[in-house]
Design a binder for this molecule. Structure first.
Ligand SMILES: Nc1ncnc2c1ncn2[C@@H]1O[C@H](COP(=O)(O)OP(=O)(O)OP(=O)(O)O)[C@@H](O)[C@H]1O
Length: 629
């Protein structure tokens, strides 16, 4: 692992979607098929038994008619006919169940692999795609893939066996009539071969459009309030429907090509049947063919439609499956985070932390989001002490959130080193690193589930008393108690206010009791009174551990033991509020922008806590200029 020098978006086997050649797609299909070979083979063999019984049946019918004509006993033939029919039906049914069951298992396996990839994937790579598209990959593409890998392959084999067997048996009965049949087959096959690639192409484009539609729809629903207030419903509907329309357009083209292919197939076979009946009658009257043989031949012709259709449908589902596998390959190119640390390392487990050593160190760290992009953090060297509150401030886009992303390994440095307890990140897995942190992210999303699920996610063993304590800290006790199901009330983001969401996120982070608490503008949506209580909790946390905030409000900043002013990805100045006010013009501008008097000016409620003159002065208002959201 080269944490300090890696390209953050590098992917070992990355290939643009357009370069995904068919062999690669086929490999994906075969890979998903691999664990199911024994069952698929069993299903295919049983399906083949059905095919053989259906191929055999006309021959026995021929024997029955011959026996009747010759006046010999028919009972044996009739019994054989009945046995063939029963075996054929049972074998078809069994093969259907075995293959259908396998198909469902394949869908499940593909979905599990995709979900694992999304959840365990690198944050930046997963985040680069609209969530709706990821959902569509997991739902519909996996379904298409499975149909192709299970029934598709087997139907091709069975269909081909049925076609070849029928041709051979027809040849035994009458090569001339077979010649006419083959003529029809060649025309049909040619039309199929010409049209099926187009069907596949259009199906692929339709599926791609459905993915984009999912992305647009998910984004529109997520921003529904904004959309409505902007009175942009029509435009959003149109944007979604553009993709739906494209899917329909490609779907219609695929259907037209399929209709042409199948009409040719049916028409060809019907025509061949008429010609064969006419020619067959003539050959019977001329003595070249017995009536029984003609009947058997006609039965083969009618039976022929079955394997031909099976073969054609299997080709079509294979086409769709190949297209789906191309999109699944794209998902499989999302890198998953390493689950194990280099062999030499044992992580930080068992190490006694040196109380004098900073808990977190950035050493000449530079980072960017993409190879072509600009550096967003430049040569950052900073040590976060084991206890105390460090606040990052600076203009929007200065790189404050990126510093937290580096600490949490969502973003990797292009140069420099980050250490936790003196251990370089390169020696730890992301999970080992993150075990040291609790984090409240900017948007504070809720996790699907109950309030309790949301609180316990980082510390599932927390006791009821601990949960009650953090709820009290974030002043949610009464609100949760008032809910009919209390902590077990299901939480969907729309049912809680922004401030409540933020408080739940804070409670979750406090409950984790981590060495380093990272808060990205975690109090931006709180009212003054709640905020004061939260500040008290943050100050309390800073006495036993490290607290790092990206500060939005000046009231957060003035509490900090150390303020880091960032600008253009660099640290511009570091110090206390008073020191920075006296020495850094940009910091002074922030304070000026809020029109507060310093150091002896207006006071902001601070939850009853004492503060020095500087801090009191600055508590009022927000660092609007710093992070203009
Ligand atoms: N996922 C991303 N992909 C590409 N660029 C990004 C990404 N996230 C942030 N950036 C860019 O990195 C730079 C720093 O962003 P960052 O979010 O760290 O700034 P910030 O100081 O936290 O800003 P704000 O106060 O507005 O949140 C910005 O130019 C931003 O456009």
């Amino acid at each position: 692992m080269s944490d300090t020098t890696s390209d953050p978006t590098a992917s070992p086997e990355k290939a643009p979607a357009g370069d995904l050649l068919k062999p690669a797609r086929l490999r994906v299909l075969l890979r998903h098929l691999a664990p199911h070979w024994p069952t698929i083979t069993l299903g295919a063999v049983i399906g083949m038994i059905a095919t053989v019984t259906f191929l055999w049946t006309p021959r026995v019918v021929q024997d029955v008619i011959d026996a009747v004509m010759l006046g010999t006993p028919v009972a044996g033939y009739v019994t054989l006919l009945a046995a063939l029919t029963v075996v054929g039906i049972l074998a078809s049914w069994l093969s259907w169940i075995i293959l259908g069951r396998t198909a469902e298992t394949v869908v499940f396996d593909v979905r599990r692999a995709l979900v694992e990839r999304f959840v365990r994937g690198r944050v930046l790579q997963v985040g680069a795609r609209p969530a709706g598209e990821l959902v569509s990959r997991t739902t519909s593409d996996s379904q298409l893939l499975s149909a192709a890998v299970s029934s598709g392959f087997v139907s091709i084999v069975n269909g081909a066996a049925g076609i070849i067997g029928t041709i051979v048996l027809m040849g035994v009965i009458d090569p001339v009539l077979l010649g006419i049949t083959l003529g029809a087959v060649v025309v049909f096959g040619g039309v199929m071969a010409a049209l099926m690639p187009a069907v596949g192409r259009h199906r692929a484009k339709a599926q791609e459009a459905i993915g984009h539609m999912g992305g647009e729809l998910e984004g529109s629903v997520r921003a529904l309030r904004t959309v409505k207030v902007a009175r942009a419903e029509r435009r959003r509907v149109d944007a979604v429907l553009t993709h739906a329309g494209a899917a329909r357009g490609h779907g219609v083209k695929a259907v037209k090509a399929e209709a042409l292919a199948y009409t040719f197939a049916f028409g060809g076979i019907q025509t061949a049947i008429v010609v064969i009946i006419a020619l067959g009658a003539w050959r019977v009257s001329s003595g070249y063919l017995s009536i029984a043989a003609l009947v058997a031949f006609l039965m083969y012709i009618f039976n022929f439609i079955g394997p031909v259709m099976e073969f054609a449908e299997a080709l079509s589902s294979l086409q769709s499956g190949l297209a789906a596998s191309a999109r699944i390959i794209e998902v499989e190119q999302i890198d998953t985070e390493p689950q194990t640390a280099p062999a030499a390392s044992s992580g930080t487990a068992g190490r006694t932390a040196d109380p004098e050593r900073p808990v977190l160190e950035f050493d000449g760290v530079t980072a960017r989001y993409s190879e072509e992009g600009e550096d967003v953090v430049r040569d950052l060297s900073i040590a976060i002490p084991r206890t105390g509150h460090t606040a990052f401030v600076g203009p929007s886009g200065a790189g404050k959130t990126s510093v937290l992303s580096l600490a949490l390994r969502f973003l990797d440095p292009t140069s420099g080193q980050i250490r936790v307890d003196g251990v370089p990140y390169a020696d730890l897995t992301p999970a080992q690193t993150r075990a040291r942190f609790a984090f409240v992210e900017q948007d504070t999303p809720v996790i699907p589930g109950t309030i309790r699920d949301n609180l316990l996610i980082a510390h599932p063993e927390a006791t009821d008393a601990q949960v009650a304590a953090v709820l009290d800290t974030v002043q949610l006790t009464e609100q949760v108690a008032a809910l009919p199901e209390g902590l077990d009330t299901s939480l969907v983001s729309s049912s809680v206010s922004g401030g409540q969401r933020q408080r739940i996120a804070l409670a979750r982070a406090l409950l984790a009791n981590a060495d380093v608490l990272l808060l990205d503008e975690a109090t931006s949506q709180l009212d003054g009174r709640t905020e004061a209580a939260i500040h008290a909790a943050i100050a309390e946390a800073a006495t036993t551990g490290a607290v790092v905030t990206v500060a939005h409000r000046l009231s957060t900043v003035v509490d900090a033991d150390r303020i880091v002013v960032m600008d253009g990805g660099r640290v511009r100045a570091t110090g206390t509020h008073a020191h920075l006010l006296a020495t850094d013009a940009l910091y002074g501008e922030f304070v000026e922008a809020m029109r507060i008097d310093t150091p002896d000016g207006a006071r902001e409620p601070n939850g009853g806590r004492e503060a020095d003159g500087d801090q009191d002065a600055a508590r009022e208002g927000e660092l609007v200029g710093a992070t203009a959201h």
